[in-house]
Write a protein that binds this ligand. Structure first.
Ligand code: ADP
Ligand code: MG
Length: 561
């Protein structure tokens, strides 16, 4: 993971946020929202480095994900909260594109403020923005590149675009390959069955040591006794293994034993021990006799039973999680029995190979080559819990993007290309719109172009020059031309592998516009009920006094507006 140098962006963000918080709440919501969006834009940028942030709890958080930073900011202002919600909904529903959504929302607010100043009524802005969203969504549909789930190169490009700037090159390559391999393995008829990908995290090593195994990787360190402590040498690899699953504990019920044997003298104590040994042996041989080579038990296994099982050549794994039991059942075809004495050979599932592996201090059992071949396990590695968490999160991001691309069957060019193409369409359509609404549609186009401008800045290019060049290329119908940030130049970004699922853009545009119209709409309600100028196509008079209070219905932040 990259380390930021120089001044932590978070310091800037924290200062900006503080400045923002101190603003008079009576200020226009749009202005306040813009201030926050500006703060976010200058500190995050779509190609962020790791950012450090000190949370309320005093904990230092290093992240480069817009949403998790916003999540930790103590945001009070309603306009800011609206923006935060844009980020959250983008993050929760789509998993990527949070920075884009926030930047666009901020720019839409800035534009709305400008239009209001020019004398546009908020309802006109609202209508224009709504129209622009419709136009933008249909323009998006025309900028797509179809996705073939078998096209590994394209899928890897999607995954790589999702994590640009968030990893070192070596780490990115390793992760991208894992994610794509996993997604392709569980893809059937255009659907990525994510539930077939399990994740196991094992501390130690680096993210590049992470791997994908065919089958299920079960962490057996969680059990109280590890396999290593046994006196018998169990095989590390068993081929064509029988798998038994028991939802019970393998032990002697003491109460049960006491009703059968009353311990009053040394002889009876011996009898008790004999009885116990009989039960243990019965359990162990019962499991071995039905043809199991490995038994997973949802509860505990008495050490004695474990040792006896080992002598029968059966690996015993205790306290396997319930969800893992079900996955094992599905993968191997084993039947889960409630009690050990119910186990028959019919319940035994199959695995082409069962392997015991040791990674760092963790013992793993990998159950592979199962009849249900689609199961995959990601084994995630990292030196610290923090690195592992970050790895996990970024892998989820990557998987989200690859899944969306496969399931919706379309990607769009990244690097600002799509935003420039859509903006051009909006301007074209705006020409045909009569009345002031036209201005709002054009403003929407300008707001979208904040994405290529921001990207140009992070690539060290002049944002204006870059934008002008981009517009020219798009005017020549080069709709795939965007900024290749790595090369620091304009290029056919599809060729360069900078592509994103179309759904990311659809959602970002829609939710950014919705948040803006909510905020612009609040002002509208207030203006409409204010004293005097409700008739005018003119927005704001800060001396409306209390006129608007009642009209805010549920929007307490507008008090005194
Ligand atoms: P985040 O995931 O940090 O919240 P977004 O996903 O909203 O940010 O935005 C990332 C932007 O970076 C997208 O516009 C994407 O096209 C762009 N991008 C990613 N990789 C590259 C690249 N190599 N060159 C140019 N642009 C890139
Ligand atoms: Mg992203």
């Amino acid at each position: 993971m990259t380390q930021s140098t120089g001044e932590w962006p978070s310091t800037v963000l924290a200062a900006e946020t503080e400045r923002f918080q101190e603003r008079d709440v009576r200020e226009m919501n749009v202005t306040a929202g813009t201030a926050l969006a500006d703060a976010i834009r200058t500190t995050l940028g779509p190609r962020g480095m790791d950012k450090m942030l000190v949370g309320d709890d005093g904990k230092v958080v290093v992240t480069n994900d817009g949403a998790s930073i916003l999540d930790r900011m103590d945001i009070e202002h309603p306009a800011a909260r609206e923006i935060v919600q844009v980020a959250q909904s983008q993050h929760d529903r789509i998993g990527d594109g949070t920075t884009t959504a926030v930047i666009v929302a901020g720019e839409l607010l800035t534009e709305a403020a400008r239009l209001t100043e020019q004398g546009l009524h908020p309802t006109t802005i609202d209508a224009g923005y709504t129209r622009a969203v419709d136009l933008a969504l249909s323009a998006l549909d025309e900028c797509t590149v179809p996705v073939d789930p078998a096209d590994t190169e394209l899928l890897e490009a999607i995954a790589r675009t999702a994590i640009t700037g968030k990893w070192s090159d070596r780490e990115a390559t390793a992760i991208v390959e894992l994610v794509v391999e996993a997604a392709q393995a569980v893809e059937r008829n255009g659907t990525v069955e994510r539930r077939r990908i399990t994740r196991t995290t094992i501390p130690g090593g680096s993210p590049t040591d992470s791997e994908l195994v065919a089958g299920l990787a079960i962490d057996v360190d969680a059990s109280s006794t590890t396999l290593a402590s046994l006196d018998v040498d169990l095989p590390r690899r068993i081929e064509d293994a029988g798998v038994a699953l028991i939802d019970d504990q393998l032990t002697v019920e003491k109460a049960d034993a006491i009703t059968r044997v009353s311990v009053e003298n040394p002889t009876q104590l011996g009898q008790f021990a004999d009885y116990e040994a009989d039960v243990y042996e019965g359990q162990a041989s019962g499991i071995a006799d039905v043809g199991a080579d490995i038994v997973f038990c949802q509860k505990s296994i008495d050490d004695d039973v474990r040792a006896r099982l080992a002598r029968h050549g059966v690996i015993a794994v205790e306290r396997t999680r319930q969800d893992e039991m079900h996955k094992l059942a599905r993968a191997t075809g084993a039947g889960l029995v409630k009690r050990v004495d119910e186990l028959t050979s019919d319940h035994v599932g199959r695995a082409g190979v069962v392997e015991r592996r040791t990674l760092a201090d963790t013992e793993l059992v990998v159950v592979g080559e199962c009849p249900d071949t689609e199961q995959r396990s990601l084994i995630l590695r990292g030196g610290t819990a923090h690195v592992i968490d970050e790895t996990k999160r970024l892998i989820e991001n990557c998987l989200d993007d690859v899944t969306l691309a496969i399931e919706r069957g379309a990607v769009v060019p990244g690097g600002g290309a799509t935003e420039v193409a859509v903006a051009a369409r909006l301007r074209e359509a705006a020409d045909g719109i009569a009345g002031r609404e036209q201005l709002a549609v054009t403003a929407f186009a300008d707001a979208l172009e904040s994405i290529p401008r921001t990207l140009a800045e992070s690539a060290g290019l002049d944002p204006i020059d870059a934008l002008v060049a981009l517009r020219n290329r798009h005017a020549d119908d080069e709709w795939r031309t965007g900024l290749d940030v790595d090369g620091g130049e304009l290029a056919d970004v599809v060729e360069r592998g900078v592509v994103e699922p179309a759904t990311i853009k659809r959602h970002a545009i829609t939710s950014a516009a919705e948040a803006t119209t909510v905020l612009v709409g609040i002002d509208d309600m207030l203006v409409a009920t204010g004293e005097g100028d409700g008739e005018h196509d003119h927005g704001h008079d800060h001396d409306h006094g209390r006129g608007g209070v009642e009209a805010t219905g549920g929007y307490p932040w507008a008090v005194g507006h």
